[in-house]
Design a protein around this ligand. Structure first.
Ligand SMILES: [Zn+2]
Length: 437
């Protein structure tokens, strides 16, 4: 099949190409060339004409909590006073500890459809539901597989509830990593644990050892607010990432999400050890955590991707958040240009998650694509396309999404979805979840 758009973003961050397109064969991109050349060379191919659209790699959401949708609008006595109160009084008690398989299934299905609508073709999910063990990841995997996204699923193991529960969480990840490999396809696993304030040194080391044996990455939440660095200083006499380094686990196997309250020394450590970082600009604001030093991390060559954190899943808003907040923090409109944000949201994210040949439109790469409406009120051009897209597009402008060569969104409609049933599922799950709130 030939896809023939107005603009092609083939290497995210590089200048777009006007009137260039791609030839898709099976699950891969076979050829990238000017539209006219493609038509001439492959006259027998089916053509997908998109004369007013941009063809780009799909977005990679490097950190979400799909169950999070069920907490949208949950009644609270009062707003949490800080990050610790957010976890202790709200998130753990009223959300995580009450999740069951049915709620997780409904939220996962809704989240997959919401991501498809938003141009997301790949995601990493972190399930925090200590009383849904064991087997929750396999059940979640079935839902994701049915929607056709490229998904990496993990369970956030923690000793917060009990040691035995923590062990169950680690085992859930190992078993799911193995099971997903056996099944094959687009869904896979990752090791994951919570933080230094809910997991012991032994537990953290064990998570890394188990991941090494499975050749998997290890995800953790890191210094999302001032709570964790203060805890680490008080209990270990050093800051969060210094502590991980002290434990001998800071490495390129480590995917540290958030990294909001980190020092210049910790940034240098991340660079030296190859630690990866997922940036969640909007949820950092939500919890009053601060603003992560992302321009500094990028300057230090730390691999960075973007995530929604299951908070606002419209990925265009996540891009806008990343585009804007660093300019405000540094009082400098030059930091975080739009082409860099687009790279973080696509190829940068795929690289962060160790996905090979994902995030670019080039021969031999996976056909994970989106077509976005490029009819702006002012002319779209090579010099302004990234800015036009980052600032003025929304999920409503995503006309098509393809994952591994399979069309999942066409004419702006997610295929095979009963919207009423999808919403009824999350409404019922939320009503159940909110009983204690
Ligand atoms: Zn998170």
């Amino acid at each position: 099949m030939l896809i023939l758009p107005a603009f092609l973003i083939d290497v995210p961050g590089d200048p777009p190409k006007e009137n260039w397109g791609a030839r898709i064969v099976g699950d891969q991109i076979a050829v990238v060339a000017p539209n006219a050349d493609l038509r001439r060379a492959y006259p027998a191919d089916e053509t997908w004409d998109a004369p007013d659209q941009v063809l780009s790699p799909g977005f990679v959401n490097t950190h979400t909590h799909l169950y999070g949708v069920l907490a949208h609008g949950i009644p609270l006595d009062r707003a949490p006073s800080d990050f610790w109160a957010f976890l202790k009084d709200f998130w753990w008690r009223l959300v995580e500890d009450r999740l069951d398989g049915e709620m997780i299934g409904a939220a996962t299905d809704y989240g997959c459809v919401e991501m498809l609508r938003s141009g997301v073709t790949t995601f990493y999910d972190c399930l925090e539901a200590p009383h849904s063990l064991p087997g929750c990841l396999a059940a979640q995997g079935e839902v994701v597989r049915a929607r056709g996204l490229r998904g990496i699923l993990s369970f956030e193991a923690t000793e917060r509830v009990s040691r035995a529960n923590g062990d169950l969480g680690l085992r859930e990840n190992v078993e799911w990593i193995r099971a997903a490999r056996k099944i094959g396809g687009l869904v896979s696993g990752m090791m994951c644990f919570h933080t230094t304030f809910t997991c012991s040194a032994d537990f953290i080391r064990r998570a890394f050892e188990l991941a090494r044996a499975e050749n998997a990455l290890v995800h953790l939440h890191c210094a999302e607010g001032t709570h964790e660095p203060a805890y680490a200083l008080e209990h270990f006499g050093m800051r969060t990432l210094e502590y991980y380094d002290h434990l001998g686990v800071a490495s390129d196997r480590m995917l540290a999400s958030q990294c909001v309250q980190i020092s210049a020394r910790e940034i240098a450590l991340m660079r030296a050890r190859g630690v990866r970082m997922s940036h969640m600009p909007l949820s950092n604001c939500e919890v009053g955590g601060g603003i992560a030093p992302v321009p500094e991390l990028i300057a230090a060559d730390v691999p960075v991707g973007l995530g929604s954190d299951g908070y606002i899943n419209d990925f265009f808003q996540v891009l806008r958040g990343a585009f804007l907040i660093h300019k405000a923090r540094q009082c400098d409109p030059r930091v975080m240009p739009a082409n860099r944000v687009w790279h973080l949201a696509t190829e940068g994210g795929a690289r962060l998650l160790d996905l090979k040949n994902v995030g670019r439109i080039a021969p031999g790469w996976q056909a994970d694509l989106q077509l976005i409406d490029a009819q702006f009120p002012t002319p779209a051009a090579i010099h302004n396309l990234y800015d036009q897209l980052v600032l003025y597009r929304n999920p409503a402008h995503v006309r098509a999404v393809m994952i591994a060569g399979q069309t999942r969104v066409r004419d702006g409609i997610v295929l095979g979805v009963n919207e009423a049933a999808l919403c009824a599922g999350t409404q019922a799950a939320a009503a159940n979840l909110w009983k204690e709130a």
